[in-house]
Design a protein around this ligand. Structure first.
Ligand code: GLV
Length: 334
């Protein structure tokens, strides 16, 4: 008789680095999706029916209905720092551990926030389109004049790890005056390290030359920036969203950009992505990228590895590295 217990069964719901999949196979009975098929909610629930755990990405929705249909599931490890794809309350009530992938992406994502800020302020993609379209015939004194990043006032909404990393870049690298708004104020030592000063949201919107959004998405942060907030911003100001679609009212933003009520925007995330509001596709003064802020090979590997480590640790010793909830103990079917 074999002494080895059956391996836990996990579902890797999207395509993932093959080496991480191989490592998972040492510990688990793995069903994967290397073809990266878009499973709808019913197919996902069906595949999770006999699984003990799942490795998910931000596009995989773990809802109360799915949890009710999959009573065997005990952990969902998200390969993302954000976890608004999870119904965390329902997971907690169902005794399902959730984990995310923080820290390993902080500096990479801050780099991208800065890249988007610079591309937006200095009109990088708009001018590239002009060049590619063969419209560049000669130099002109005011051609694609943008606004300075160095020495400007940077307003950061959401001052977690990534917000702080952007603040340090602005203050230390670009001599910016950094102001921020957050649910709670940072302690004085952290403010000093970031070179950042706390202000209320209205002051930030009225004062900043460049506004960067880095808040997690929740009902409370839905449309943090809408028509009223855009109206407070300076006509020369820029707005960058690397947080989540839904933090900005994209229709209101497209209108403000068209009417030049703000100068420009840089967006890596969108309401209803991968759909993009059609009006954003027709205004020239917006830089659009397909949710790639954490996308360097090294960082994406580290995110996948952290999600895998959470699964391995959970089944080996019942603890995880980066929990997002404390699940209610519930009796489960073996
Ligand atoms: C990406 O958006 C993430 O939350 O990691």
């Amino acid at each position: 008789m074999s002494m080895s217990a059956a391996k836990p069964r996990i579902l890797v719901a999207r395509a993932i680095f093959p080496e991480v999949l191989d490592a998972l196979s040492q510990h688990f009975d793995v069903e994967s999706n290397q073809a990266d098929v878009d499973w709808g909610p019913e197919e996902l629930a069906q595949r999770l029916l006999d699984k003990d755990g799942a490795l998910t990405t931000g596009s995989v929705r773990i809802s109360a209905e799915l949890l009710a249909a999959c009573p065997r599931l005990r952990i969902c490890a998200n390969m993302a720092v954000g976890f608004n794809n999870f119904d965390v309350d329902a997971m907690t009530a169902a005794g399902v551990q959730g984990t995310n992938a923080p820290d390993v992406l902080t500096e990479t994502t801050a780099d991208f926030g800065f890249a988007l800020l610079m591309a937006t302020a200095r009109r990088v993609t708009e001018s590239e389109h002009y060049l590619r379209a063969g419209q560049w015939k000669r130099w002109r004194y005011d051609m694609f004049c943008g606004s300075d990043v160095h020495g400007a006032t940077l307003g950061i909404i959401g001052m977690g790890r990534i917000g702080q990393a952007i603040a340090r870049r602005g203050a230390l690298g670009f001599g910016m005056q950094v102001i921020y708004h957050n649910r709670s104020r940072l302690d004085a030592a952290t403010e000093a390290t970031c070179g950042a000063r706390y202000v209320d949201k209205e002051t930030l919107l009225r004062t900043a030359d460049h506004v960067v959004l880095v808040v997690p998405y929740s009902a409370a942060s839905h449309h943090t920036i809408g028509a009223a907030e855009l109206a407070l911003m300076q006509p020369t100001a820029t707005l960058v969203n690397i947080a989540r679609g839904g933090v900005v009212d994209d229709a209101a933003l497209a209108q403000a950009l068209r009417e030049r009520r703000i100068a420009a925007a840089g967006l890596d995330v969108f309401e209803g992505e991968p759909q993009v509001h059609p009006d954003l596709l027709t205004v020239p003064n917006v830089v659009l990228t397909p949710h790639i802020a954490s996308a360097t090979l090294r960082t994406r590997r580290a995110m996948a590895q952290l999600a895998a480590d959470n699964l391995v640790d959970f089944f080996a010793c019942g603890t995880v590295r980066t929990p997002i909830n404390t699940p209610r103990p519930v009796a489960r079917r073996a």
